[in-house]
Ligand binder design. Sequence first.
Ligand SMILES: [Zn+2]
Length: 252
Amino acid sequence: MPATFRDGAFDKFDNRVTFDDGGLHLPDRAHHSSLRDQVTEALRAALIAGQMKPGVLYSAPAIAEMLGVSATPVREAMLDLVKEDLVVPIRNKGFRVTELSDRELDELTEARLLLEVPTMGAVAAAYESSMEPELTRLRALARDLEAAAATDEITRYLQLDTEFHTRFLALHGNNEIVRVVRQLRSRSRLFGLEALARSGKLVESTREHMQMIDLAVARDRSGLEELTRVHLSHTRTIWATDQARRSATDPS
Ligand SMILES: [Zn+2]
C-alpha cells in the first residue's frame, strides 16, 4: 500500500512530537533546489542525532510548525525518508522512526571505515594544486563546524559534517562511493552527540576536520587514513557511551 499523508489527519497527534532541544533547523544554503530537499535534510539530521526517536509518532503538521513551513513539503520529505527506510508510515497518523539494533549500528560503522579510510588516503596521495578551490570551501565548512559545535547546534552540525565529508571524498572522483557513504551516514544514529556537545568534547573532535585538510595538502596518505579512522571511531565511542549509560539505568 502506498504511503499517504492526508490533510488534517495528524492534528490530534501534535502533542506527541518531542525534540530534545526543541530545535529543528533548515539549512541556510542557497544551492538547495527545493524546500522539500531542505526539509528532508533537516529531518535526516534530527534522525541521526536521535532528536527524533524510535517508537515516537510524528505528525507532518507538528513538524511543519516547528520548521515554519507548510505541511506539504514536510509530507513530501517524509515520503523521501520512507523510501530510504528511515521512517515507517502509520496510516492516517504520521510516521514512526525505524529502530536499529546494536549489530546494525556496528555494521554501519564498519562499512564506513572500509570505504572512507582508503578513499581519504587516495585523496591525499593524489593532492595537486588544482584541488585548492575545493579545499578553500572545505576550510570554510570546517570553520562553520567549529562554530556549530561551540554553540551546540546539533542538527546544523550534522548537516555541515555530512557536506564536509562527502565533498572531501568526492575529490577522489568516484560518485558511487560518495552516494553510498551518504546513505550509510543517514542510517547511522549518534544518540550521544548532544551530551558530547554539552561536555565541550565535540569542539575537540571537530578540530580534526581542519587537520584532515592539512594532511591532504601535505600528501600524507597514512596520516590522513589514521586520522579518518580516529575521527570515525568517535561515532562508535559516542554510541557505546550512550549504551553504557542506558544499561546502567535499565538493568534489564
Ligand atoms: Zn566529521
